[in-house]
Design a protein around this ligand. Structure first.
Ligand SMILES: Cc1cc2nc3c(=O)[nH]c(=O)nc-3n(C[C@H](O)[C@H](O)[C@H](O)COP(=O)(O)OP(=O)(O)OC[C@H]3O[C@@H](n4cnc5c(N)ncnc54)[C@H](O)[C@@H]3O)c2cc1C
Length: 560
């Protein structure tokens, strides 16, 4: 039997027995076969000695059982790694951040405590997936939308705690920001409720985020300070209608006008739907167009068009631009989603058009149909609008890695490199210049494919006010290639940080490095985080090393 690092087999056996007395023997897993499901299916270290694997897993069914398990873990010094549904593929999956730690699997805690479609919020347990909540809302005919990530199989809580993101209105897309109230079990087994949940008779746990006194909720996201057993989320009231509109800009330099339009529209609240940028001229698409490409293959460009794209540098050549102008193929396209009563949508679209007309020379527009009422879902089913834009969960995005019509060479997984960059066109051009040079000149990067960089990387706009320049690293079954990927990823973190671009989230194997570049004033932020760690979890039993935060006794072992 594998044991957690520094724990003797006898102590471990005693702890597992005690866990079983709390959760039942069926819910303590230690056989190699059972633990296989807690391996990170996308790990580039899969099968290698450094792969992060669990020594056991325990699956409690209630917050009280979580408390009892934590008290036992504390008594015996057993490190626990809580997961909600454990679907964090691309960022570590369900494997612990440190090998040997015991996965605390919260999937069985799958109660939807409340969905309020008058005040528009829900309170759920960690095992509730986006599919579960969506099905519940549909079954009861409630008039609220969820906001889900591309794949809908994960949990609201796990996704939000890892700072996950979705696709509806800006207020809901940033999942941690959209939360309201938490229940957290601390390392000593005590349960704490944040916000109005701390006031026993309050009816406002899902309504008023701040409660009274310092807001501590952020301490429990991307950290290892507690185990979240309930969480509230604000939900979007179902709008009357939805419409997509495209702003089409003809020239390379027009990216400035596109970004200025996007910022003003979003930051002023003129339209709240997820904006996306694409380049029809360079053959890159929005999320919906990407899903179509996974299944149907990339757009078939005319031979001359394809040659010009291949010959462009940083996505540009005068000939390519000329070709686009002659053929009326936009260089850039801003895809916007509008919600509300049809008259409001029409007014929003008018306002966007007049703003873009001032910002972009020779701009053109195209509006989709206004889909109202049940027609919204039908349009999403027909894939005329992106289902996630109206909170309909699905798994189509997995087409990016699996064998699909347009994707004959499946990957074994992928990792996202996800730096935050300024929300300006200058930054987009700079990111392309810097990363293009990096992949041409840095040996570790020359050896591996980096997805999304060529012919030109357009960032995503999941979270308001900044961009994320997300690039993909395809994991394969070749250990040598995977090791090269890890090295290359590390190089990109380093290069990004040199330019002030840091990860918003990263696979567990890179968390030490990604945290280390947030180094202002001799790493004062990390030192504060670790002071908190020492205070709330002195034995270091919760997710040691997650997001680069190590308990005192393990700090010397921090990876480079
Ligand atoms: C093709 C593809 C597309 C994707 N697109 C998106 C996307 O659009 N948006 C997006 O956000 N992600 C995306 N992802 C990443 C991932 O699939 C989702 O974020 C997924 O929702 C996370 O899984 P989960 O909800 O099961 O979280 P979990 O795996 O349960 O949790 C994530 C981490 O949070 C911590 N944690 C979880 N629960 C608790 C708890 N109760 N208490 C304390 N700590 C806890 C743990 O450290 C855990 O490892 C994508 C992945 C793939 C493969």
């Amino acid at each position: 039997m594998n044991t957690p690092q520094g724990v003797s087999p006898a102590t471990f056996a005693t702890a597992l027995k005690a866990f079983a007395q709390v959760v039942g023997t069926d819910w303590v897993f230690s056989s190699a076969e059972d633990l296989g499901s807690y391996r990170d299916a996308y790990s580039p270290l899969r099968g290698l000695p450094d792969e992060r694997t669990a020594s056991a897993a325990v699956a409690p069914a209630s917050a009280e059982e979580v408390q009892a398990v934590v008290r036992i873990a504390n008594q015996h010094g057993i490190p626990l790694y809580p997961i909600s549904t454990g679907k964090n593929l691309g960022y570590g999956g369900s494997a612990p951040a440190r090998s040997g730690d015991v996965v605390l699997d919260l999937k069985r805690m799958n109660r939807i405590i409340e969905v309020n479609d008058s005040n528009h919020y829900c309170i759920v347990e960690p095992g509730v997936s986006y599919f579960d909540l969506y099905a519940y809302i549909q079954k009861k005919g409630l008039k609220v939308w969820i906001d889900c990530p591309d794949p809908g199989w994960g949990s609201l809580i796990g996704n939000a705690l890892d700072h996950g993101v979705g696709h509806t209105a800006s207020r809901y897309r940033n999942h941690f920001d959209a939360h309201c109230g938490m229940e957290v079990v601390l390392a000593n087994g005590e349960a704490v409720r944040t916000g109005m949940g701390a006031l026993p008779k309050a009816q406002t746990w899902g309504q008023f985020k701040m409660g009274f006194g310092p807001v501590l909720d952020g301490l429990f996201s991307q950290s290892n300070f507690g185990i979240v057993t309930k969480m509230g989320f604000w939900l979007m009231p179902e709008p009357e209608a939805v419409m997509t509109g495209w702003v089409m800009a003809p020239r390379y330099e027009d990216l400035h006008g596109v970004v200025e339009t996007l910022k003003y529209v979003e930051n002023s609240g003129l339209a709240s739907g997820a904006p996306e940028m694409s380049s029809p001229l360079l053959g890159t698409g929005t999320s919906m167009e990407m899903v179509k490409m996974f299944f149907d293959g990339p757009p078939k460009l005319a031979a001359r068009h394809g040659e010009l794209v291949a010959g462009a540098k940083l996505g540009f050549s005068p000939e390519l631009q000329r070709y686009g102008l002659d053929q009326q193929i936009p260089y850039w396209q801003l895809h916007m989603t509008f919600y509300g009563p049809p008259k409001v949508i029409e007014a929003q679209w008018d306002a966007v058009q007049s703003l873009a007309t001032k910002a972009i020379k020779d701009v053109r527009f195209q509006a989709g149909k206004i889909h109202a009422g049940p027609e919204m879902k039908q349009a999403a089913d027909r894939f005329e609008i992106y289902p996630q834009n109206i909170g309909m969960p699905n798994l189509e995005f997995f087409g990016m890695g699996t064998r699909a019509g347009g994707n004959p060479h499946p990957m074994s997984g992928h990792m996202w490199f996800s730096p935050v960059i300024p929300q300006t066109a200058e930054a987009i051009f700079e990111v392309n210049r810097v990363f293009d040079e990096a992949v041409r000149t840095i040996p570790a990067l020359q050896r591996v494919p980096v997805l999304g960089l060529r012919p030109f990387a357009l960032p995503t706009v999941f979270i308001e006010r900044s961009f994320m320049a997300i690039l993909g690293f395809p994991v394969s079954d070749d250990p040598k290639m995977n090791q090269a990927l890890v090295q290359a990823f590390r190089e990109l973190i380093r290069v990004g940080a040199e330019h002030g671009w840091g990860e918003y989230r990263t696979p567990t194997i890179f968390q030490d490095q990604a945290a280390s570049v947030y180094s202002y004033s001799n790493h004062s932020l990390l030192r504060l985080q670790e002071a908190i760690k020492d205070a709330v979890d002195p034995k270091g039993i919760l997710s040691p090393g997650r997001y680069g935060i190590w308990p005192k006794q393990l700090r010397k072992r921090r990876a480079a």
